[in-house]
Design a protein around this ligand. Structure first.
Ligand code: SF4
Length: 343
C-alpha cells in the first residue's frame, strides 16, 4: 500500500499523475455503451506542503470532478493520486480499497460551495463538528465537547450557539461550520470547491481571510477550486487552468496573471472586470461553445475558439511542457505568442 518517499518529492504533499475520469454514456433499453464523457483527461500536477493551488476554468471543465476524485468521493479510471502521510509514507489514493481508505480519509477533506446543502439540517452544530472526531476515534466525552468548542472559537463562531441547527445561521456562518467540521480531524489537505462562490462579496473576503489564517495556524494545504479569477488570484500561490477535462496552463500566480502563455488563459484574464480607467475593448470574446467532453474536437481542444489556431492545432494535440521553470502549458506556440496578461 505504501512506499518510502523519494527525496525529490520531499516538498510535495500531493502528486496527481495522468489522472483520468470518464463517465459512460449509455443509450436505449439495454443501456448500450455509446461513448464516454472525458471529465478529467490525463491530468498531472502536484501541490507542495503548505501552499494553495488554485484551479480555474469554465463550468463543466472538470475541476470539481478532479477535486472529488482526489478526496475519493469518486473513483478515478486511471492514473495516480499520491498523498504524503505525516509519517512520510506515500499512499496512492486512487488504488486504496475502501477498507484501506478508512485510515487515510482524515488527512483529506472537502469544503463545498453550498454549506447549507452539505450540513445535515437535523444535526446541531455541536454534533456536525463532533461527528468526524468521533468517526476517527479522536475524542470522546468532555474532551470531545472541548474540542468542538475550540474549533468553533478558531473559526469565529459563538460557542453559545452549539446547540442550534444550521438553518439558524447565515450563509457565512454556515460556511464557518463547514470549515470547523473539515478542520476537526486535523487534515493535511483541504479541497475547497467553490467555497465562497455562493456568498456576498464582503462575506467572501472574511472567509478567504479565515482560510488564510487557518492555513498559517494549522499548516494546511489547499486545492482551491473556483471560477472567479479575482478570488483565485487573492488566495493562490500557484494557479492551474482547466479546459474540457485537461490542464492547459499552470504557473506561479503572478507569472500566470501577468504573462499567460495559453490563449485560453489570456481570454479568461481579459474577462475579469476592469476598473473605469481600463479599456473594456481589451476583452477577448470567445466565439463558439466550450467543446463537448463527450466528443471533443481533434488536435488542441481549444482550436475552434482560438484566434491563434493554425493547421497543426487542428491535427495534433499539444504536449504538456514546462516552458520556463515552474510554468507549464499545453500549446504548440507557447514560445512565440505574445499574450496579454492582467493589468
Ligand atoms: Fe490555440 Fe493552437 Fe495553442 Fe491550441 S495549440 S491554444 S489552438 S495556438
Amino acid at each position: 500500500m505504501s512506499e518510502l518517499i523519494d527525496l525529490n518529492t520531499r516538498t510535495k504533499l500531493l502528486e496527481v499523475k495522468s489522472l483520468k475520469k470518464y463517465f459512460p454514456i449509455e443509450k436505449g433499453f439495454l443501456r448500450r455503451l455509446v461513448g464516454h464523457v472525458k471529465a478529467v483527461d490525463d491530468v498531472s500536477f502536484y501541490i507542495r506542503e503548505g501552499e494553495t493551488l488554485g484551479l480555474v476554468g469554465e463550468s463543466g471543465c472538470g475541476k470539481t470532478t478532479l477535486g472529488r476524485c482526489i478526496v475519493r468521493a469518486l473513483h478515478s479510471d486511471a492514473g495516480e493520486i499520491l498523498l504524503k502521510l505525516p509519517d512520510e509514507h506515500i499512499v496512492d489514493l486512487a488504488k486504496l480499497s475502501e477498507n484501506e481508505l478508512r485510515g487515510v480519509r482524515r488527512h483529506i477533506h472537502m469544503i463545498f460551495q453550498d454549506p447549507y446543502a452539505s450540513l445535515n439540517p437535523r444535526m446541531t452544530v455541536r454534533d456536525i463538528i463532533a461527528e468526524p472526531l468521533q468517526n476517527n476515534g479522536l475524542a470522546e466525552g468532555e474532551e470531545l465537547n472541548e474540542k468542538v468548542r475550540e474549533l468553533m472559537r478558531v473559526v469565529g463562531l459563538n460557542i453559545q450557539h452549539m446547540k442550534r441547527y444550521p438553518h439558524a445561521f447565515s450563509g457565512g456562518q454556515r460556511q464557518r461550520i463547514g470549515i470547523a467540521r473539515s478542520l476537526a480531524p486535523n487534515p493535511r489537505l483541504i479541497v475547497c470547491d467553490e467555497a465562497v462562490s455562493a456568498l456576498d462579496v464582503s462575506i467572501q473576503a472574511q472567509i478567504l481571510n479565515l482560510l488564510q489564517d487557518l492555513q498559517e495556524q494549522f499548516h494546511l494545504t489547499y486545492l482551491f477550486i473556483a471560477h472567479d479569477l479575482s478570488v483565485v488570484e487573492h488566495i493562490s500561490d500557484r494557479v492551474g487552468v482547466m479546459y474540457v477535462g485537461k490542464l492547459v496552463e499552470l504557473a506561479e500566480t503572478e507569472d500566470l496573471f501577468l504573462a499567460p502563455k495559453h490563449p485560453y488563459t489570456e481570454a479568461l484574464l481579459s474577462a475579469v472586470p476592469k476598473t473605469d480607467s481600463q479599456k473594456k475593448s481589451d476583452r477577448i470574446i470567445l466565439t463558439g461553445e466550450i467543446a463537448d467532453p463527450a466528443s471533443p474536437p481533434s488536435g488542441c481542444y481549444f482550436h475552434p475558439r482560438c484566434k491563434y489556431a493554425r493547421d497543426l492545432c487542428r491535427r495534433e494535440a499539444p504536449a504538456w511542457q514546462e516552458v520556463t521553470p515552474g510554468h507549464f502549458v499545453a500549446c504548440h506556440f507557447a514560445d512565440e505568442l505574445a499574450l496579454k496578461g492582467a493589468e
